[in-house]
Design a protein around this ligand. Structure first.
Ligand code: TRP
Length: 351
């Protein structure tokens, strides 16, 4: 297996980012390792399962942005990923901007991608809204860069959220058409990647409003648990979280019309790895006076070590630069053969 995934660098990382994408990556990395050990123990092939994770900084310029903020967010996100458990010694961790092959391959794939395909992308439609003419060409071509991100590495699996499945379908279409048009059946240039959508990617909502997603841009800091929050802050935010006056139900169905209660139980379940049912089996019938302190403790325990490492790494520019430089060097090496094959297939003459 070759697993590749990217994340746009944003500042103000919070619990929602961790329990959503990031923790899922860490899990993939660990499973991949276990697979490698099992293969080696069975005397199996030397072909290694490998994860590549990158910061999609090139994607970030498809919408208006502030250069200083982008730089800070890229470094902050790298620090967060490492703090959360992405191990640069086991996974290849880098930012796109240090691997020019992403942008090069995008250009080569621009010859294959079709305007009609891109025009049907729901993310393009949502983000461009009523003002298509005013959008950057990069926003329209965003999914082609995403296709290049994965096709460059002969990726077999791409962990993504439900909202990115359409982009992955497009990457497959581009790969298929390129192979058809420019390669023989015996020697295709690209592997067709499969999306892996985690079964229960936790949807973490605001602590102030159970109908809104936990978000870095919410004006109230009380609405989210930040990755860098200390224990006291976490406790305070959980105790002040919006709830209703009822005790917790004993079964999940009882949470149907109680978005705030559902959110807190979901957070507890995601942070402990127990199901919602197991949490309710333990806390059903209890009020929030008992549940909130328990939840606060679970979060302090889960996030405490992450927050400490995150704060430390954020200040350590030298270490971060070294991690990203090493990951980028490895990614350049891994992507080289496919990029060369794509140039060759297209009849482009290069020295
Ligand atoms: N578009 C993805 C998102 O917004 C981020 C991304 C960029 C990505 N390139 C990728 C995800 C390649 C998976 C594979 O979440």
């Amino acid at each position: 297996m070759r697993v590749v995934s990217g994340i746009q660098p944003t500042g103000n990382l919070h619990l929602g980012n961790y329990l959503g994408a990031i923790r899922n990556w860490v899990r993939m990395q660990d499973e991949m390792d276990a697979g490698n050990r099992a293969q080696a123990a069975a005397g199996g092939s030397a072909e290694k399962n490998q994860c590549l994770f990158f910061l999609a900084d090139l994607h970030a310029i498809s919408q208006p942005h502030d250069p200083a903020e982008l730089k800070a967010a890229t470094l902050e996100m790298a620090a967060a990923l490492v703090a959360c458990g992405i191990d640069p010694a086991r996974s290849v961790l880098f930012n796109q901007a240090q691997v020019p092959a992403h942008a090069e391959l995008q250009w080569l794939l621009n010859g294959t991608a079709r305007m009609g395909w891109l025009g049907r992308m729901t993310q393009w439609k949502d983000k461009s809204g009523k003002n298509r003419e005013g959008q950057s060409v990069a926003l329209f071509g965003y999914p082609v860069l995403q296709a290049a991100d994965v096709l460059l590495y002969q990726t077999t699996h791409v962990p993504v959220g439900e909202d990115q499945k359409q982009h992955l379908e497009l990457a497959r279409d581009i790969a298929q058409k390129f192979n058809n048009d420019f390669a023989s059946d015996e020697a295709p240039v690209f592997t067709l990647p499969d999306p892996i959508v985690p079964p229960e990617a936790a949807r973490i909502m605001s602590l102030r409003d159970g109908a809104r997603k936990m978000s870095k841009s919410d004006e109230s800091d009380m609405s989210r648990i930040n990755l860098a929050d200390d224990a006291d802050t976490i406790m305070k935010k959980i105790k002040k979280a919006k709830t209703d006056p009822e005790p917790l139900p004993s079964e999940a169905a009882g949470l149907a019309d109680r978005p705030e209660a559902l959110n807190l139980v979901t957070i507890y379940a995601a942070a402990t790895g127990h199901g919602v049912d197991a949490v309710l089996a333990e806390f059903g019938g209890e009020g929030f006076g008992k549940f909130k302190p328990a939840l606060g403790e679970v979060l302090v325990e889960t996030l405490g070590p992450i927050a400490a490492r995150f704060r430390e790494l954020k200040q350590d520019r030298e270490t971060l630069d070294a991690i990203l430089a090493r990951g980028a060097a490895k990614a350049r090496e891994m992507g080289g053969p496919t990029l060369d094959a794509a140039y060759r297939a297209l009849g482009l003459v290069r020295g």
